[in-house]
Design a protein around this ligand. Structure first.
Ligand code: PLP
Length: 292
């Protein structure tokens, strides 16, 4: 039986363990540890004009991620770059999102990580030329999720692991409450990040973002925005912030590989600033688009 076409937005050709094949024919073992235990990591690359944005930063995060769970990467950066290029060529894509998944592979039963098993490496692409402009003009609405982000002592903070259940439940809650997305707090109650994004807010001309201490994933886009803010001489503070600080902010935005810099205009139904995307958010997004 062929895999049902549940992801019609995925480009036709995918790559499994270095082999290109039609998405509908791609297979992994039902004993794959990625499936059984979420034992693996992933990266999402943004492709602009045929080139992966900040490939080296993604590669470094991938190395840190895999190292933090003791998974040995079986190939070099050049190999992964070639895989992405080949996948894009096969699908005739120049603007896309490429998802790379690496699991610990199919192994014997039990949690003990096998050492002799080859990882499973999956790449697929989605055509993507950015979200509609209207979203950036209007901004998103978010809630503060009731579920919290696990602390760095509970899950390795560097691991961009396959286990996204927390984020999924937070997103589900957002949808049920009629919002676009959710923010998660740390177990101590500090603002941490979005379900798949980092967050920034602006108050009196200063840019604030939660510190890595909160257990957030260190986004590549977060890093780029911090670099741009320095270049634009916007003062930046990283720290521990309570949710009430957000409500007193003039502007709020989320960053990730697909959002770039996405304004947020409401938190838990309460307006942020004027209730419209603000000038610092716009300036940083424009700078981001020039830099990519
Ligand atoms: N935080 C989480 C939990 C994420 O899943 C992501 C991206 O998927 C980010 C932050 C943002 O990371 P990046 O800017 O590298 O896309």
């Amino acid at each position: 039986m062929r895999t049902p076409d549940v992801s019609s937005d995925v480009a036709r050709v995918v790559s499994v363990n270095g082999r290109l094949q039609p998405a509908a024919d791609a297979r992994v073992s039902i004993f794959d540890r990625g499936l059984l235990y979420g034992d693996g990591i992933f990266e999402t690359f943004r492709i602009y004009d045929g080139r992966p944005f900040r490939f080296n930063d993604h590669w470094r995060r991938l190395q840190r991620s895999t190292r933090s769970i003791g998974l040995r990467l079986p190939h070099t950066a050049a190999w992964f770059h070639r895989q992405i290029d080949t996948l894009l060529d096969a699908n005739l894509l120049t603007d896309a999102l490429v998802r790379l998944t690496i699991t610990r592979g199919a192994g014997p039963a039990g949690l003990e990580p096998p050492t002799t098993v080859a990882p499973t490496i999956i790449l697929f692409a989605r055509p993507f030329a950015g979200y509609p402009k209207i979203l950036y003009q209007r901004g998103l609405t978010v809630i503060i999720a009731s579920i919290r982000r696990p602390p760095p002592s509970a899950t390795p903070p560097y691991a961009k692991s396959l286990s996204y259940l927390g984020g999924i439940l937070a997103k589900r809650e957002a949808v049920q409450r009629g919002a676009n997305d959710a923010l998660l707090l740390s177990v101590e109650g500090h603002v941490c990040e979005g379900t798949t994004s980092n967050l920034f807010f602006v108050r009196a001309g200063t840019l604030y973002t939660p510190s890595v201490q909160t257990g957030l994933l260190q986004g590549i886009t977060r890093q780029v925005v911090l670099e741009l803010a320095r270049r634009l001489k916007i003062p930046v503070r990283q720290g521990l912030f309570l949710p009430k600080t957000l409500l007193a902010a003039n502007e709020l935005f989320l960053t990730n590989t697909s959002y770039e810099v996405m304004p947020v205009v409401k938190v838990d139904g309460r307006r942020i600033g004027t209730g419209k995307p603000g000038p610092v958010t716009r300036r940083l997004h424009q700078a981001f688009q020039r830099a990519r």
